[in-house]
Design a protein around this ligand. Sequence first.
Ligand SMILES: Nc1ncnc2c1ncn2[C@@H]1O[C@H](COP(=O)(O)OP(=O)(O)OP(=O)(O)O)[C@@H](O)[C@H]1O
Length: 348
Amino acid sequence: MVRRIDVAADGQVFVTVSLTTPGCPIKSHFEQEVTAALMQLDGVIAVDVTFDVLSDGEKGQLQERLGRSALPEGSLAQVGTVLCIASGKGGVGKSTLSANLAAALWREGKHVGVLDADVWGYSIPRMFGVNQRPVVSSERTIVPPLAHGTIKLMSIGFFVEEDSAVVWRGPMLHKALEQFLGDVAWGELDYLVVDLPPGTGDVSMSLAEFLPQARFVLVTTPQVAAQKVARRAAKMALKLDHEVIGVVENMSGYVDDTGRVHPIFGEGGGDALAEELDVPLLGRVPLTIPLREHADTGTPLVLERPDDPAAQAIQRIAARLTALTPQRPVPLPMADAPQPVGMSLPMA
Ligand SMILES: Nc1ncnc2c1ncn2[C@@H]1O[C@H](COP(=O)(O)OP(=O)(O)OP(=O)(O)O)[C@@H](O)[C@H]1O
């Protein structure tokens, strides 16, 4: 994507970067990273980055070279940061954290969407208390149901009867995920939070392919055994050239009514994993009963009980995530709720 580099005798460097789409949401990120990389070189006194756009033919070649099925365009073109929440095994609180992190980012004034890619253990509809069949807009895009008026949600759970098992085979799931990313009217979002299925199975791999620009947050519990399993998810992300942005340790001790912390699941797993991967430990979320209760009743804890220790920990993690990811220079206006039209979705 580097179109041209000119070096002037006085040490000024002029770089042209070709974007996949003119409205590329990570344009400023490219500018910062290219400048930072070049300024480290001896003799470089200033860097000037300009942009143009790849032609369709060039895009095709790039796609081929990357060996990936999709470049970030279409319905994801206006998504600033894709955050994949991953874990090595189930039950570590990945979905609870995905829902609450999304709500915490929303509380910070960000535009947020949540894609529930945990196709067999989907729980995002329940965690937000939304159970509404998505509709198709007049432009033939899938309109995501909204939580709290603006958080856009998409889940397999919206397309199957409640409590029924998803018995789709690999290719159908692959197709559904492709649709969730390509045909959903995500619109302009600061963050798309993706709740991945546990482990490193086909769905995670497909998604990783569809989302070349994703950043991974790894969730682990404090036991050393859990950390070893989480490492596998990290390896998958790195193998697919995704950035692992940090680690969250969940269930880090039980906080009783007096505020005393009991390390039920041991200690140190999150630190050890973060150290091993050389990424920051974004935070530790304690075990609290309200976090579980609110997940069950469809009201994210960070919105209902922001004073709870787990809610506070999650809000701090959201703040760290915003500090670690590129921000839009101009905040988006809040009133952008899409208007659904009544039509049922023909799936698969
Ligand atoms: N810090 C916490 N304190 C209390 N309960 C928690 C905490 N984190 C998660 N839980 C509870 O643990 C259970 C499992 O959490 P969750 O469903 O988020 O895990 P998961 O990793 O997404 O699991 P799966 O991958 O199997 O879907 C839920 O009942 C949730 O409410």
